[in-house]
Design a protein around this ligand. Sequence first.
Ligand code: PMP
Length: 414
Amino acid sequence: TFSGVPEAPKDPILGLNELFREDPSPLKVNLGVGAYRTEENRPYVLGVVKRVEQELANNPNTLHEYLPIEGLPEFRSLSARLVFGERSPALKEQRVVSLQSLSGTGSLRLVAEFLSKFYQRGAVCYLPRPTWGNHWNIFPAAGIKCREYRYYSDETHEVDIIGLLDDLTAAPSGSIVLLHACAHNPTGADPSMTQWQEILDVIRKKQHFPLFDCAYQGFASGSFERDAAAVRLFERATVPASEADGARERPMEMAVTQSFAKNMGLYGERVGAAHIVCAAPAVTQAVLSQMKQIARGLYSSPPAHGATIAARILKDRALFAEWETEVHVMSSRILRMRRELFEALHENKTPGNWEHILSQIGMFSFLGLSAEQCLYLREKYHIYMTTNGRISMAGLTSDKVQYLADAIRDAVVR
Ligand code: PMP
């Protein structure tokens, strides 16, 4: 029987939504949501997505058959092109194994299972401190131990590049290193391109395995190119080859997991991909076959609806352009909220330097509030955020900015 089963703790993010729903106060503000909201605080279905869905609904050839284990062929290649770029050497040389998987989370789990089975036995995965909490569920579930590397400085509100490089240097050679491709969650602080180069240098030297979690391409800066710059820098890197290879350098192996939850607003459709960049095309067939074997046992085949929509948009020039415009609208609203909140905190003379709200990127802002201050905001003002002081800029609307800024001021001066 299950009488001895202890209750699991609530997920810190999803649990917050439950608390918000239960709060009857008309003042309540949900800054915990990890989903885009409009200026009217409504969920948003992209216009281009709606149109493609209507088209699919009216098309008599739309079926609900199973996809292959590895997913929709067009989606696999087009999603790879989006993240690696038109001129990607790895794609040109056919060194990339791409599988459609269950959004970002499922793709991460799939890669984790693959690494657990076929990468160096006992290799540890290094996660940034802090990171998206679910990373701590995913890797151990696949039998991979996790440790942290320093990522963020609470004092400067920037990437702690010295600590980061030190920790990756001290990590055992061949460790797995998880990197956020852009719009680091929860801090909103990304390395500069110079810093990415330094990170790459350490990873090459130590022969670590980089794994990019790419959940916000286009959402951070409004540009798909800019938000994929770090991934593309690494993808073009080479590492010293062993003498057995008979060559001086070979392409670096790495993995990328990709989510279309945010940038296409397809959260619940679970649209994503796992890409393994191999050093040589000869190994891709075996790698693909093993990834399929793992996917078969986990969920058999991925969902068709969302990936069909995404593939249509990625394939068609006009639809793609429309998508790009809508991504830009979403990212611009988030930037505007950053500016408005910063200005309100400045005007109401909240003590402290709040410049980081402007310099951070992506959906989240790491305010630098203590857990106690976050709970105070929740109890007194019905403002919901995770207790690490992360707010979702997408959950903020202009009419709530002043209320939030004044509440923060109260929490800080109290
Ligand atoms: N990685 C990061 C860093 C994220 O923030 C998210 C979304 N919150 C994901 C992965 C994956 O989300 P999903 O599974 O919904 O694509």
